[in-house]
Every structure is written in structure tokens, then in C-alpha cells.
Write a protein that binds this ligand. Structure first.
Ligand code: 4AD
Ligand code: MG
Length: 462
């Protein structure tokens, strides 16, 4: 008999039929006449109740069915008497695939803290919470591809190993095959990278944008969706050392087109999750965040406020609010500032533009004032910055002079500059931190809880 997934079993037409189900036992309870097993197979937050009539099964047969054990049951699907259940399976056959010793299996019935579950990241996908989060994450990934594919964007795969530092933050993980205990040296004592695998220093990418621009200025509009790596030592609930980023890049887009796309894109993803992950979101709302669904619907309803960095800083300075980090024109905004604008002042998402050039990357289009660049950050409730992007500097001379001002090694940049030498066009793009989107949509509060196996300073377990 073909297996039915639990996500499909609640279809009314299956009532009265024989079914075959497989999954992991969440709980078993009952008495010597009848035993009830709550079975979950990961396809849905819902458990399926299996009823064992103890006239047909022996105590010995059921003994291995403890929390965490994996089983295969066949039986008749019937309407359920129990409240909250629509149907249940009256077991006819039972096969135990694998037991789970109650003495050592860490996920017993009682609720565990998220901190505890982080230490058990190899098993936490089996919990209701992580099942829900990971299903939402997968659905959002699909929504992202759908959004861009429907719009005629091409999916471009940019390299993970690179010799250039896109963001100029210097927070890159080196990639080398040199023997760290016996490094080849030049005469002046420097490491001889010509002996390394790539013949020069290489690192894991912090962003696929620079190569994304090569794609956009050929295919018109592209997006990347892949892992990026940052070796910043930031131990916060919003930073990972390995995170996934979506980076659309579009020829013939100015900053306004870029903002319009960012807003439409996030709204599409949130709507898609509301339409396709309702049960998981309701569960997360009930468990962690009773305002979750309202907040998601709020984002769909409101248009995002757009203002300049300068206007934002003035609002913060005039607010009279005591911030941990003082704010003044020229300082980078901290998440407390971003959240104040979004949560207290405007009470809806905000797009800040035209940041001081000193706090933004070299590739952003320079404004005529000589002080600011055409950057845009999308700021979200509970999250702060969820998107960072800009219109790009399309002018060869201006770009070159910025590269020189910042002392970026030209030998790494010649290919990038060629886009401005040959058929340069106005173009724009942005990067969405995938985990920050998943954080927002699930209502979780720590980014370590929205990626299966988080990488953070000091932690690369699993
Ligand atoms: O603002 P960032 O650094 O921008 C870029 O990398 C550009 N190259 C993007 C572009 O224009 N194509 O990063 C973009 C987004 C941030 O807004 C944030 O959501 C996320 O990536 N992000 C992180 N997410 C998790 N952990 C980290 N350490 C992150 N750093 C950035
Ligand atoms: Mg940023």
C-alpha cells in the first residue's frame, strides 16, 4: 500500500479507506484496553492520532513505541471522536523502524527552551517549532524564485570563492591550501601566496553583487540566491557568519525603481507565506508572538515610508529618546535607531536613502552634494535592516576615483571597472538577508533559530 503523508491525510475523501502512514512518535498514552499514539512525519505541524485496540496488539508489541521512535502503521482512517482531531487511524499492522531510548533521547514530551534546542540542532528539526520554521523557510525560498522568475529575472550563480572584497569591510574568511605550520615566505618575510592554490589570496565571498552586476549588464535583470560569509565578530541575535542572501541586480533601474522592486518583493514573500503556511504561522503566533499574523498583514497593507538618512537622523535627534549609541549625522545607524524609526515613529516599514558616502561601500552612485550616495536600506519592525542596496555608480571616472580614495587594490577590480568602460548603463540592486526575512515572517527573535545549522563566532558544530 502506498504511503500517505500526514499533510494529505485530512482530506475528507480518505475517510473510511485503508491507509499506510510512517513517521516519528511524539507521544503515547492510554490504558490496557486502548493506546493512542501521536504521529508526526514532518509534512505538517499536525499530528495524526493512531489508535491501538489492545485486544489486537500485545503490550510487548507496543513497548518500543516511545517518543522519538519511527514506525509504520496501516489501518482504517475514521472520523475521530476526540476533540480537535478530524480523523484518526485504527491500527491494523505495526512495524517499528527504529527505537529511541527514553533514557537518552533528548526530545522528551515537555517543552524545551530554544537555548537547549540550539545545543541539539541535529535533532531539533523534529520539534513542532523547528518543523514550522523550516517549512516556512522552504516556502519562502520557493516564493523568492517564483517572484523573480515571474518577472523575467534570470537566476545567476556567482562564485563563493573570490579574490575581491565587495563590501570592503575586510571581514572575510580566507581560503587556502597552504600548510599553516610551514608557510612559504618571500625574502621580506611576507607569505608567498603565489604558492597557494589560486596563486593569490582568496576568501569566501561576502556578497555576489559585483559578479551580479556583470550578469545584469548582459542579461538585463538577474538575481542570486546563495550563501555568503562574514567573519565579523558580532554576537547578536541578527548576525550569522554564514547566511543566505538574495541579490537582484537590474540594468536601467534607478534608485526609485529599486525601492519599488524591494517593496513589491518583500510584500510578495510575506503574502506567499500567509497564503501557504497558515497552520505553521498560527502555531508560531500561539507559541511565541501573539501579534505575528497582524504584523505580517500590516506590512502588506501599508506602503513603506521613504525618507533620506539626513531626515531620519533629524527625527532621531529631535525624538528626545535616550539611545545607547548617540546618533549624529555621519554615524552608522544602530539597530536601536532603525527600530525606533520603524516601531515608534512611523509604525511601518521605512526605506532610508542617501547615506553619507563614508559609511557605505565604494560602488554606490555618488550624489551631486559630494557627501552622500544613492544608498537604500529597508528597515523592518523587530528586525532593523532587512535589505541593503543602492543605485550603482555607472560613471567610470567617478567610480575609479572612489576606488583610489579608498585604496582598494586595482588588480582586484579591473574586471569590474570594465562594465563601466564598455556599454555602461544606469543600474541598481539590493541584497535581502534571507534569515532576516525568515525571522520576520516566523516571529522568532534569534537568527540562530531560523537556519538549520547556524554558524556564529565560536560555533561550527553539526
Ligand atoms: O547591507 P549588506 O552588507 O549589503 C550587501 O552585501 C550588498 N552587496 C547587497 C547588494 O546591494 N547587492 O547586506 C545585505 C543584507 C542586509 O541588509 C542584511 O539583511 C543581511 O544582508 N546581512 C546579514 N544577515 C545575517 N547575518 C549577517 N552577518 C548579515 N550581514 C548582512
Ligand atoms: Mg547593510
Amino acid at each position: 500500500m502506498k504511503r500517505t503523508k500526514i499533510s494529505e491525510i485530512f482530506a475528507p475523501e480518505l475517510i473510511g479507506t485503508e491507509v499506510s502512514v510512517m513517521g516519528w512518535v511524539r507521544t503515547r498514552r492510554g490504558n490496557k484496553h486502548v493506546q493512542f499514539v501521536a504521529l508526526n512525519d514532518g509534512s505538517t505541524i499536525r499530528n495524526l492520532q493512531i489508535v491501538f485496540d489492545m485486544a489486537a496488539f500485545s503490550e510487548d508489541q507496543l513497548r518500543p513505541i516511545t517518543t522519538g521512535a519511527s514506525i509504520h502503521v496501516t489501518g482504517r482512517l475514521v472520523e475521530s471522536m476526540g476533540k480537535g482531531q478530524t480523523c484518526e487511524v485504527q491500527a491494523q499492522t505495526l512495524e517499528v523502524f527504529g527505537t529511541a531510548d527514553p533514557e537518552t533521547y533528548p526530545l522528551q514530551k515537555k517543552g524545551h527552551t530554544l537555548e537547549f534546542l540550539r545545543e541539539k540542532a541535529h535533532l531539533r528539526p523534529r520539534t513542532n517549532t523547528f518543523g514550522a520554521v523550516l517549512r516556512v523557510r522552504s516556502t519562502l525560498a520557493f516564493a523568492i524564485h517564483r517572484f523573480f522568475q515571474e518577472k523575467g529575472f534570470y537566476y545567476l550563480n556567482t562564485p563563493l570563492i573570490t579574490a575581491s572584497d565587495c563590501e570592503g569591510a575586510g571581514a572575510m574568511f580566507q581560503v587556502t591550501t597552504l600548510d599553516l605550520n610551514d608557510l612559504p615566505r618571500l625574502e621580506d618575510g611576507q607569505i608567498d601566496f603565489s604558492a597557494d592554490f589560486f596563486g593569490k589570496p582568496a576568501a569566501l565571498t561576502v556578497s555576489g553583487q559585483l559578479e551580479g552586476e556583470l550578469g545584469a549588464t548582459a542579461l538585463g535583470a538577474i538575481y542570486t540566491f546563495g550563501p555568503t560569509f562574514r567573519a565579523e565578530n558580532s554576537n547578536t541575535p541578527r548576525h550569522l557568519s554564514e547566511f543566505w542572501m538574495i541579490e537582484p541586480e537590474m540594468a536601467f533601474y534607478d534608485i526609485t525603481d529599486n525601492m519599488d522592486l524591494a517593496e513589491e518583493f518583500i510584500k510578495y514573500c510575506v503574502r506567499y507565506a500567509l497564503d501557504n503556511c497558515r497552520e505553521d504561522l498560527e502555531f508560531l503566533q500561539q507559541m511565541y508572538d501573539n501579534e505575528l499574523i497582524g504584523r505580517l498583514e500590516g506590512v502588506l497593507r501599508d506602503s513603506f515610508v521613504r525618507l533620506t538618512y539626513t531626515e531620519g537622523v533629524n527625527i532621531l535627534k529631535e525624538s528626545g529618546h535616550k539611545f545607547e549609541f548617540p546618533v549624529d549625522w555621519g554615524t552608522d545607524l544602530q539597530s536601536e535607531h532603525e527600530r525606533y524609526l520603524v516601531e515608534e515613529h512611523f509604525k511601518r516599514p521605512v526605506i532610508l536613502t542617501d547615506y553619507p558616502k563614508e559609511i557605505k561601500a565604494f560602488y554606490m552612485k555618488q550624489n551631486d552634494d559630494g557627501k552622500t550616495v544613492r544608498a537604500m536600506d529597508v528597515l523592518f519592525p523587530k528586525i532593523g535592516e532587512i535589505i541593503g542596496g543602492s543605485e550603482r555608480e555607472a560613471d567610470y571616472d567617478k567610480l575609479l576615483s572612489r576606488i583610489e580614495e579608498l585604496d582598494i587594490p586595482m588588480k582586484d577590480m579591473w574586471w569590474y571597472l570594465d562594465t563601466r568602460r564598455y556599454g555602461t548603463v544606469p543600474h541598481s540592486g539590493f541584497g535581502l538577508g534571507f534569515e532576516r526575512l525568515v525571522l520576520f515572517v516566523t516571529g522568532m527573535t534569534n537568527i540562530r533559530d531560523v537556519i538549520p545549522f547556524p554558524r556564529t563566532p565560536g560555533n561550527a558544530e553539526f
